[in-house]
Design a protein around this ligand. Structure first.
Ligand code: HEC
Length: 116
């Protein structure tokens, strides 16, 4: 019995590790960029920041359903910080987030989406 265990145990371990290895790789492939792109956040500079900061309190859907000008996004950020207890961003990150939103979640993009 003991000998059988000694032979089988490593085999079971290898199998288990093998399975664990497969699972995250698979779900990662599915969860990554495309899900965000489908939501309306295509890969570009600033997307990681938007995902991290703006998805922290609410769904990113709340963000992508807007479609605002740069000035309006600035106002949304000020509102988030002053009224919704968002931590102010470092200037560099603030710019990245605003640039990204103004470019990809803009009035024009919204108009294009409605046409489809
Ligand atoms: C600390 C939490 C917090 C963070 C971080 C945060 N928000 Fe919000 N946000 C809120 C809350 C709370 C509401 C709901 C406010 C309400 O409707 O009264 C909200 C609502 C919104 C809305 C909806 C406004 C509307 O007219 O319905 C938008 C757009 C938005 N947030 C954008 C952002 C963006 C962009 C970021 C990242 C730069 C961000 N939020 C980060 C808390 C946060």
């Amino acid at each position: 019995m003991r000998n059988a265990f000694r032979i089988l145990a490593p085999a079971v371990c290898v199998l288990a590790v093998g399975l664990l290895d497969l699972l995250p790789a698979d779900s990662q492939a599915r969860a990554e960029p495309d899900e965000l792109a489908q939501l309306g956040l295509p890969p570009d500079a600033g997307r990681d920041e938007v995902e991290a900061y703006c998805g922290a309190c609410h769904s990113l859907k709340l963000v992508v359903q807007q479609g605002l000008s740069r000035a309006d996004w600035e106002e949304v950020l000020v509102w988030m910080i002053e009224e919704q207890e968002m931590e102010p961003l470092e200037p560099v990150e603030h710019e990245l987030v605003i640039d990204y939103l103004a470019k990809h979640v803009s009035v024009e993009v919204m108009r294009q989406k409605r046409k489809r």
